[in-house]
Design a protein around this ligand. Structure first.
Ligand code: CDP
Length: 222
C-alpha cells in the first residue's frame, strides 16, 4: 500500500503509539518526526548552543548526522552522529527544551525537507505537528488527535514512570501546557489541524480504539 497517513496533535495525545500501531497493522513504514527535533535538541544542549541563535542552531543541524532506522517492532531508532540516542531524547530535559529548537525556521526547513524526501515514496505513517499542513499536505489521510490536558499529562507521566522517572501531575501539566503554547504560537508551521483532517478527541478512548478507528477509515476507503 502506498498510502500517506498524517497524524498530528499536541503533546501526549498518544500520536507516536497510535501511529506506530497503525503502520504495523497496515504494513507501512512509520516516521516519528518529533524524534528528529528531539535529537537536534540533544545535540544543541551538548554543544551549549544558544536556542535564540538561529544561525548557530541551523549550522548545528546541518553538521550533525541524523540517521533513523526501523526497529523490529516498527519503532524508530534514532542515531545522532552514529550514537543510539533513542532513550536519551525522551528525558525531561529534552521535553522542556525541544519546542525552543523546533520553533527555529532554519531548523524546520532542514527537517521538513528530510521528512518530505521520505514522504514522497508513500507507504508511510508520519506523526508530528505539521505533517498534514506542511510536510505531506497531499496525504490522503489526515488525523488530528487530541485529549484533555490532564489526560495527556497523566499518560505522559505513566510513560516516564515506567522508565523510572518520577514527576508530579502538576509538573507534567505545566510542561505540556508550556510546550503546546510554544508549538501553537510559533510563526513557522504552528501546531494546527489541517482543514481536511479528521479531528479525534481520545480522552475517553483506549489506544486500541484509536488505532481501530484510523485503520477502519483507511481500509474502508480502498
Ligand atoms: O511525543 P510528544 O507529543 O510529546 O512530542 P514529539 O512528537 O516527540 O515532539 C516533540 C516536539 O518537537 C514538539 O513539542 C514540537 O515542538 C516539535 N515537533 C515539531 O515542531 N514538528 C513536528 N513535526 C514534530 C515535533
Amino acid at each position: 500500500m502506498k498510502a500517506k497517513i498524517a497524524i498530528d496533535g499536541p503533546a501526549g495525545a498518544g500520536k507516536s503509539t497510535v501511529a506506530r500501531a497503525v503502520a504495523k497493522e497496515l504494513g507501512l513504514a512509520y516516521l516519528d518526526t518529533g524524534a528528529m527535533y528531539r535529537a537536534i535538541t540533544l545535540a544543541a544542549l551538548r554543544a551549549g548552543v544558544d536556542f535564540n541563535d538561529s544561525r548557530a542552531l541551523a549550522d548545528l543541524t546541518e553538521s550533525v548526522e541524523l540517521d533513523i532506522q526501523i526497529g523490529s517492532d516498527g519503532e524508530n531508532i534514532i542515531f545522532l552522529n552514529g550514537e543510539n540516542v533513542s532513550e536519551e531524547i525522551r528525558e525531561p530535559e529534552i521535553n522542556s527544551n525541544v519546542s525552543y529548537v523546533a520553533r527555529c525556521p532554519e531548523v524546520r526547513e532542514i527537517m521538513v525537507s528530510k521528512q518530505q524526501e521520505i514522504g514522497r515514496r508513500g507507504g508511510v505513517v508520519m506523526d508530528g505537528r505539521d505533517i498534514g499542513t506542511k510536510v505531506m499536505p497531499e496525504a490522503e489521510f489526515k488525523f488530528f488527535l487530541t485529549a484533555s490536558l490532564e489526560e495527556r499529562a497523566r499518560r505522559r507521566l505513566a510513560e516516564l514512570k515506567a522508565k523510572g522517572i518520577n514527576l508530579t501531575l502538576p509538573q507534567m501539566i505545566e510542561e505540556i501546557r508550556t510546550r503546546d503554547k510554544i508549538d501553537s504560537e510559533r510563526e513557522c508551521s504552528p501546531l494546527q489541524a489541517a482543514r481536511d483532517a479528521i479531528y479525534l478527541d481520545t480522552t475517553e478512548m483506549t489506544i486500541e480504539q484509536v488505532v481501530k478507528y484510523i485503520v477502519d477509515i483507511v481500509v474502508d476507503s480502498k
